[in-house]
Design a protein around this ligand. Sequence first.
Ligand code: NAD
Ligand code: TDX
Length: 341
Amino acid sequence: MRLLVTGGAGFIGSNFARMALKTMPDWELTVLDKLTYAGRKENLEDLDSDPRFKFIRGDICDEKAVSEAMEGCDAVVNFAAETHVDRSIDDSASFVRTDVEGVRVLLEAFRKEERQLFLQISTDEVYGSVEKGNSVETDQLAPRSPYAASKAGGELLAMSYWTTYGVPVTVTRASNNYGPFQYPEKLIPLFITNAMNGEPLPLYGDGLNRRDWLFVEDNCRALIMIIEKSEPGRIYNIGAGQEHTNREVTSSILEITGADRNLVRYIEDRPGHDRRYALNVSLIENEIGWKAETSFEEGLRKTAGWYRGNRTWWQKIKSGEFREYYLSMYGDRLTNSRESG
Ligand code: NAD
Ligand code: TDX
């Protein structure tokens, strides 16, 4: 099978490409990636020598680039997206463009030929904040950030191509991923790398928001199984049932890195901050036979170990344009921070 993996130079996409080439000897992969601030060619460096792997730099909103990259492909896995909630609050334009219009361009190119699967990578954030219980795939969507709303738009458009044209679409909604190669703007890699540098760990609000943490390799294994087994028109939640408050995550990071607790700072909250996400994963367990295998403790240790062993990777990022981003996002809030929530 030939797959087009869009956004494959990012965090989950690069982990997926690595696992797919390793475990699926009959698969060939083309990665199409714009290499935005979040995408890095070096995330795929070790795959370059594999004859089953090809990299193309290009934008999923560019019709010509997309139709050329899709030539001869049986399946598309669309990871390409703007992904950081805080950035979407500052400027939503690139989110609507890539996460909605980009999906439309991909779907139009996809449906020009008979192909096997369009896998749209969506997120648990489309359900909105879930104070109690677990979201099931049939729940009404209630996205609350520009990022989540754009992702909801993308997946709804994809499913509309299934309903309207019979395009074989499957959608996944995963919970918060963490692991190697995650850009250090997200909670876990930001806090691990700040802790390793002896810099503050800026917790939003009271630090009691909850997320279900999914180790990236468990997610990638789920995606490979879905590509092999899914019927078109399906939507699958992917979660690990490893729910923790941000305070608990921070304590575990302090313990693993040996950093001092006085690095923790409580700062002004994210506007519209979703309190909790939680997923019911019965459907993927029953239909696909997948279950998360990595405990949060084990996954976090592996992740911290990777960041410890790959300092050059994240130091290069953190010394570049990231500094400007960090200053504008955290500068004033850290000046006005508190030591307890
Ligand atoms: P990421 O930000 O690390 O990577 C995104 C990749 O997409 C980058 O390589 C970037 O260069 C590329 N990209 C962005 N705009 C593009 C465009 N217009 N054309 C081509 N490439 C473009 O993101 P991630 O965390 O790996 O997330 C991957 C997917 O998984 C996204 O669709 C995201 O919404 C979804 N998701 C992520 C999580 C999570 O916790 N990280 C959870 C659930 C779902
Ligand atoms: O500096 C921080 N301080 C803080 O308290 C950051 C960056 C985050 N947080 C909090 C906000 C959230 O409650 O930590 C939690 C996790 O935040 P993020 O890492 O920004 O992730 P989240 O907003 O939950 O969204 C993530 O999961 C779903 C990904 O970024 C999305 O791409 C994915 O779809």
